[in-house]
Design a protein around this ligand. Structure first.
Ligand SMILES: [Zn+2]
Length: 252
């Protein structure tokens, strides 16, 4: 049975939660963040500071896991293995959405500082983050035409690398001169974001066998089962798998 389509709010919440543990944790840890678990590991990693911590508090754990699995099925999240441990990673689609929302989140924080009349704090928290997201923050700052961002940008410029500094300089110039934003670029980004949020329905995969080179079916149901069990995707077709098992058995 096809699980019910997630709301946009659910999709965004799960992506935000996943952002805290990319390549560091699996689906059960993500579920714990969203449930607001008080478990030691959650607190030790400071995951209770995440803005979506506890946002599915009233939802049964089983249902939270179903929502997360829906995200895997619809190409928002993926699994990568660190040794034997399955870790959550973003798909291209998932990261496209999350970096846009995360960039907004950083600017909302600046807005808060402005409202509190706060001068620029230590801006090193922006250093060494994903470059695409950093440039997106800067583009959005430019598009905002908000001159009040300039002191934060100036402080940021002191601590970052040359490539980022150059971009910051250009944004400051745009803000100072009141340059008209590129509305077409903004609109294109919004259209792409909307499309990305649609997700991609799950599909059967045809994997090429490592051994014999034939393609074999890896069905949606099998994909879901493998993920739930924390297995790697199969590399060999059923026939070659069977043969291997037989020869292992004979060797024994
Ligand atoms: Zn084969």
């Amino acid at each position: 049975m096809e699980a019910k389509r997630l709301s946009e709010a659910d999709i965004l919440a799960i992506l935000r939660g996943a952002d805290e543990l990319i390549a560091q944790g699996g689906r059960s840890l993500l579920a714990k963040i969203l449930k607001g678990s008080r478990e030691k590991k959650v607190l030790e990693l400071g995951l209770d500071d995440c803005p979506v911590y506890g946002c599915f508090k009233g939802v049964k754990l089983e249902e939270v896991l179903e929502k997360i699995d829906w995200m895997f099925d619809h190409d928002f999240l993926d699994i990568e293995y660190s040794g034997k441990l399955p870790m959550i990673v973003f798909t291209e689609r998932g990261w496209y959405i999350e970096r846009d929302k995360r960039a907004d989140e950083f600017l909302r924080e600046w807005d808060k500082w402005i409202a509190e009349d706060r001068s620029a704090p230590d801006m090193t928290y922006l250093k060494d983050r994903n470059r695409k997201m950093i440039f997106l923050i800067l583009e959005k700052a430019r598009e905002s035409q908000n001159k009040q961002y300039i002191p934060y940008l100036e402080a940021w410029k002191q601590i970052d690398y040359r490539k980022v500094r150059e971009r910051i300089t250009s944004v400051i110039q745009s803000l100072e001169t009141g340059e008209t934003p590129d509305f077409q670029a903004i609109q294109e980004r919004e259209v792409m974001l909307k499309e990305a949020l649609q997700g991609d329905a799950p599909q059967d995969l045809y994997i090429k066998c490592w051994e014999c080179g034939n393609r074999f079916l890896f069905s949606i149901g099998e994909q879901q089962f493998y993920r739930k069990m924390g297995f790697h995707d199969p590399k060999r077709c059923p026939e070659c798998r069977m043969e291997r098992e037989m020869s292992d058995f004979l060797d024994f």
